[in-house]
Each structure stands twice: as structure tokens, then as C-alpha cells.
Design a protein. Structure first.
Length: 398
């Protein structure tokens, strides 16, 4: 059976070159970067070289990179760190209705701590209106947190416009760039942000490592206390092997971004066209052009995404019905609800996130599989209006 992976928005395979870069730091170069002897200094050198590689990749200064365990910790660190350190100035935060749970649940936590949060709506394509942000700003607003690109529908937000607005008001801006890093150009000065979250395992690096960019001069409260690691901002012995792998993955992403973008955009647009041409009542979710080059989110009327996902998996195709962080929930996706979809339409959606290893042959195979599966599921759906060729208890021959 074929094994085709098209769920790169959830995680990516680790690039073999990344593995090669990491291996020495599990065995020969295993020192603690805080130790003064040669083993420790060897690790410390790798730590700072990696920090510089990641900083250079996003146009930051080396000292502005703080290593974390991944995107979720980076989001928590950014939002809570700004909130606690700047609560004397105000307790109002602005975010959007389509953020990752790492942002939404952190904001909900802070609401229980006495902070106020405004959740700005998006349009039917999932794009935030900058004027809505402006109207939400108050005298006590201390932070605006808007993701760079959505993890479910791939829409890219006008972060630089939001930052220009916030800068005039003296408000910090954080963006979750976990999905955009490695797929589109990300430069902190061009975006104008004060804080930016990154995760390694979305860019063919190892899991369990990420970073938070913190612009010099940003007032941020440390959340983990202990030793003086990470400029006294995040205590704990650094994961040197993970950090080295993370830096290598970032360097490879920079080297390959032009080719990757061209390849992924071609496959994305081809897949969208083939599905739309082949299947009735199929609709693209998200903006048609202001989206990540690898993201395809399509809803199919009259059937459920979970059924499609399982039948596709039987054919060796791995995709998703939404964010991997909420895929075990039976509730409609909060992102799809926010763009105006009814629950029954939300449940009929599939998220396909392509990677650099995918091919046109695989796109063709997926399209053919979808045509067959959608047809069979609609044939037994009580609401599709299609005449069923199956009897109760029968199993489609897949």
C-alpha cells in the first residue's frame, strides 16, 4: 500500500541533514553549556552559533532569540510575559477569533487573572480587518497578538499594517509564525513585531524545541526561574542537540525556500483545480491567494471529514480534518466557525498541507481517491439527495 504524507501542518519528518547535525551532540559533544570545562564550552559554542543562525534567518539580533520547547511555550511566554510585566500600564489584550489554542487558551487564562481580552473577528476568507484592530485599541491596551498565517486555512494576515498601527500607540505586537516560517519570507523588521514564535518540527527539524524572538527593549517577565540560562529569561539546561537541529533546519529552509515555494504553490493550485473540477459541491476554504503555498482546505457538502480521513488513511494517505491540536475534539473547528461556516459544513472539511517531498503523482492519487470516497459516502448519506447503492450494514469495497 502507498504511504503518502500530506499533513505537514501538523508536523514534518526530520531532514536527514538535520539528523546528521544533531548526532554528535548526543554522544561526543554532550556537555552542559553552562559548564566551564572544554566539554561545556564546546556545547556553549554550538548554542551561540545556532542562536546566530536562527537570528540571521529572521533578521534579528543574536541576543533577541530565546530558546523554548516549541510554539506553545513561545506563545505562552510572549503573552503572559508581556501581561505580567506591563500590567501597571494596562490589562487589555487584543487577539483574533482564529488564533491557535496556544494563544486563545493563554488569553482565557489571563482573563481569569483579571485581564481583559478583545477577540477581533475575521471575514469569510479568514482575513483580519486592520480597522477592526484599530477600533478595539484602548488606552490600557498593552499587547496585540495576531498569528502570521493560520494553521487550519492558511490565510496570511497583514501583520506589518497591524504593527504600524500599534507602534503609533506604544503597544507591543506578538505574532505566532509557527506555520509561516520556512514557507514564506519572515523578517521581524519588515513585519514590525516585538515578539515572534517559531517551532522547529514544522520545518523538518526535531520536536521539543522552538524559539521566541524578543525585540531589544521589550519588557517581558520571565516565567521559568532557576539558573541564568537564556539571558536570565528561561531557566533550564539548554537542549543542545535539539537547538543544533533546529538551526540546521532553519538554514536549510532558507536555502530551499524559493524552490520549495515554487514547488508547493504548483502542487497546491493543481490540487485545488483537480478537486474542484472533479467533485461537485466542493468549496475552497480561506483566501484563494493570500494563503500559505502548501495549504489546501476544502469542504465537501453532505459528508463528514472524519469519515473521509479514515477512508483516505486506508488508502495510505495521511491528511487532517483541522488543527492537529484539536483533531480529537468532536466540536466544530473554532476557525471554521469564525469564518461563518455552519457546524455541518465545518465537519465536512479536510486540511491538506503539502511538503517538499510530495509529488504531482501523489496529488493525482489523492484526487482520484477523493473522487471515489466522496462519491461512496454521498451515496449512503441520508442528506445528500444521491441514490444509495448500498444496503444497511454493507461495507463499501475500498
Amino acid at each position: 500500500m502507498k504511504r503518502i504524507y500530506m499533513d505537514h501542518g501538523a508536523t514534518t519528518p526530520v531532514d536527514p541533514l538535520v539528523v546528521d547535525a544533531m548526532l554528535p551532540y548526543f554522544t561526543d559533544k554532550f556537555g552542559n553549556a553552562s559548564s566551564l570545562h572544554s566539554f561545556g564550552q564546546e556545547a556553549a559554542l554550538a548554542l551561540e552559533q545556532s542562536r546566530k543562525m536562527i537570528a540571521d534567518s529572521i533578521g534579528a539580533k543574536t541576543e533577541e532569540i530565546i530558546f523554548t520547547s516549541g510554539g506553545t511555550e513561545s506563545d505562552n511566554f510572549a503573552i503572559k510575559g508581556i501581561a505580567y510585566r506591563n500590567s501597571g500600564k494596562g490589562k487589555h489584550i487584543i487577539t483574533s477569533t482564529i488564533e491557535h489554542p496556544a494563544v486563545l487558551n493563554t488569553c482565557a487564562f489571563l482573563e481569569n487573572e483579571g485581564f481583559e481580552v478583545t477577540y477581533v473577528a475575521v471575514d469569510n476568507d479568514g482575513i483580519i480587518d486592520v480597522e477592526s484592530i484599530e477600533k478595539s485599541i484602548r488606552d490600557d491596551t498593552i499587547l496585540i497578538s495576531i498569528m502570521h498565517a493560520n494553521n487550519e486555512i492558511g490565510t496570511i494576515q497583514p501583520i506589518s499594517d497591524i504593527s504600524n498601527l500599534a507602534r503609533k500607540k506604544g503597544i507591543y505586537v506578538h505574532t505566532d509564525a509557527v506555520q509561516s516560517i520556512g514557507k514564506i519570507a519572515v523578517n521581524v523588521d519588515e513585519l514590525g513585531v516585538d515578539l515572534l514564535s517559531i517551532s522547529s518540527h514544522k520545518i523538518y527539524g526535531p520536536k521539543g524545541i522552538g524559539a521566541l524572538y524578543v525585540r531589544k527593549g521589550t519588557l517581558l517577565q520571565a516565567l521559568a526561574h532557576g539558573g541564568g540560562h537564556e539571558h536570565h529569561m528561561r531557566a533550564g539546561t539548554e537542549n543542545i542537540s535539539g537547538i543544533v537541529g533546529f538551526a540546521k533546519a532553519m538554514a536549510l529552509a532558507d536555502e530551499r525556500i524559493v524552490d520549495d515555494t515554487k514547488h508547493l504553490t504548483h502542487l497546491r493550485d493543481l490540487l485545488i483545480k483537480k478537486v474542484m473540477d472533479s467533485i461537485d459541491d466542493a468549496y475552497l476554504i480561506g483566501h484563494p491567494t493570500k494563503r500559505l503555498p502548501n495549504n489546501v482546505n476544502i469542504r465537501f457538502r453532505f459528508i463528514e471529514g472524519e469519515s473521509m480521513l479514515l477512508l483516505l488513511d486506508m488508502k495510505g494517505i495521511a491528511i487532517s480534518t483541522g488543527s492537529a491540536c484539536s483533531s480529537k475534539s468532536l466540536e466544530p473547528s473554532h476557525v471554521l466557525t469564525a469564518i461563518g461556516l455552519k457546524p455541518e459544513d465545518s465537519h465536512g472539511s479536510l486540511r491538506i498541507t503539502l511538503g517538499r517531498g510530495n509529488t504531482q503523482e501523489e496529488v493525482d492519487y489523492l484526487t482520484d481517491a477523493l473522487v471515489e470516497i466522496v462519491g461512496r459516502l454521498r451515496a449512503i448519506s441520508p442528506i445528500s439527495g444521491k441514490k444509495s447503492s448500498f444496503t444497511v450494514g454493507s461495507t463499501p469495497d475500498m
